[in-house]
Design a binder for this molecule. Structure first.
Ligand code: NAD
Length: 318
């Protein structure tokens, strides 16, 4: 049934997570009705507590591995644990969330004629043999390693999105997100930015895996969400996949030194063995996003880190 007002009805799965909560906030500010669906595996009500009084916001506990019957105009499919600690906790459930979740959300979009976006990941490139990674690169993923439940789940979800598009003419958008950080990251998820900040705020040694020369790129959450919204507004038929991330490349050692400086911590740096399948380099080629969306990250790493440090300090060390 069409909406009775001009407001779009937007479903965000995984809406109580880190990225999802920021997306819900931006969608509400833009005048949409937002239905946030989450099973609270890694997300929490706390992340959207400030939105609960908004009459245009609705929070629903639901697991996307089960079908969902709601009337919406747009779907952002973010539901999936994103950090290795969480997605390796129950790897079968992780694959189910990506694959069954995609099937269920695509089925929903097909039933109601909604446009649907998939939050895919740079992990579909695996340990890349091409650097930086353009969207045309098919990736180098170990199908049987401990990260495969996430990487292959996300790859299969992309396949499903493109098959629904080809077979059922579904209006799809696929974005490949590179490392993103900011307030409301899960404090215990082992991701490098939150890890370093918490270790620095506690005055504990900062853990670096390997020699610290492996590089990552870090996108501030507000920049990423701006990219989501711009891409969702592109004409039907513009499907992606499109890389969204920050091409600035930093070694783990550089990041650790920045965090120590910005937190004014006395923490030292401690080296531990590199985990299996840990990519050596990861950096997005965002030429497509620049050309198509006139988008590029605007928040420098130092500034984003300061905002994230302020969040962690206020929330956990206040
Ligand atoms: N943050 C990043 O750097 C990054 C990078 C690449 C891709 N992504 C993707 O973006 C999305 C959001 O990531 P995030 O960083 O906000 O992680 P997050 O863990 O904070 O958010 C994921 C949310 O999905 C929910 N969820 C998990 N399984 C579910 C299920 N079966 N049913 C319903 N809800 C479920 C969790 O409770 C959580 O609220 C994920 O799909 C992730 O793969 C994130």
């Amino acid at each position: 049934m069409p909406a009775l007002t001009n407001r779009k009805r937007v479903l965000v799965t995984g809406g109580a997570g880190f990225l999802g909560s920021h997306l819900c906030e931006r969608l509400l500010a833009a005048g949409n009705d937002v239905l946030c669906v989450d099973n609270f595996f890694t997300g929490s009500r706390d992340n959207v507590l400030h939105l609960l009084d908004n009459p245009h916001f609705e929070l629903m506990r639901h697991d996307v591995t089960f079908p969902l019957y709601v009337e919406v105009d747009e779907v952002y499919n973010l539901a999936c644990p994103a950090s290795p600690i969480h997605y390796q906790h129950d790897p079968v459930q992780t694959t189910k969330t990506s694959v069954h979740g995609a099937i269920n959300m695509l089925g929903l979009a097909k039933r109601v004629g909604a446009r649907i976006m998939q939050a895919s990941t740079s992990e579909v490139y695996g340990d890349p043999a091409v650097h930086p990674q353009p969207e045309e690169y098919w990736g180098n993923v170990n199908t049987i390693g401990p990260r495969a439940c996430y990487d292959e789940g996300k790859r299969c979800a992309e396949t499903l999105f493109f098959d629904y598009h080809r077979q059922h003419r579904l209006d799809i958008k696929v974005i490949r997100i590179f490392n993103t950080y900011g307030p409301r990251m899960h404090p215990n998820d082992g991701r490098v930015v939150s890890n370093f900040i918490i270790q620095a705020l506690k005055g504990e040694p900062i853990t670096i895996y390997g020699d610290g020369q492996q590089t990552r790129s870090f996108c501030y959450v507000d920049d990423l969400i701006e990219g989501f919204l711009r891409f969702m507004d592109t004409p039907a038929g513009v499907t992606g996949p499109i890389n969204l991330g920050n091409p600035g490349e930093f070694t783990m050692l550089e990041l650790a030194e920045k965090v120590v400086r910005l937190t004014r911590s006395a923490s030292t740096i401690e080296h531990k063995p590199l985990p299996q399948d840990d990519p050596k380099q990861r950096r997005p080629d965002i030429a497509k996003a620049r050309a198509l969306l006139d988008w590029e990250p605007a928040v420098p790493l130092d500034e984003g880190l300061e905002r994230t440090i302020a969040y962690f300090r206020g929330r956990f060390f206040g």
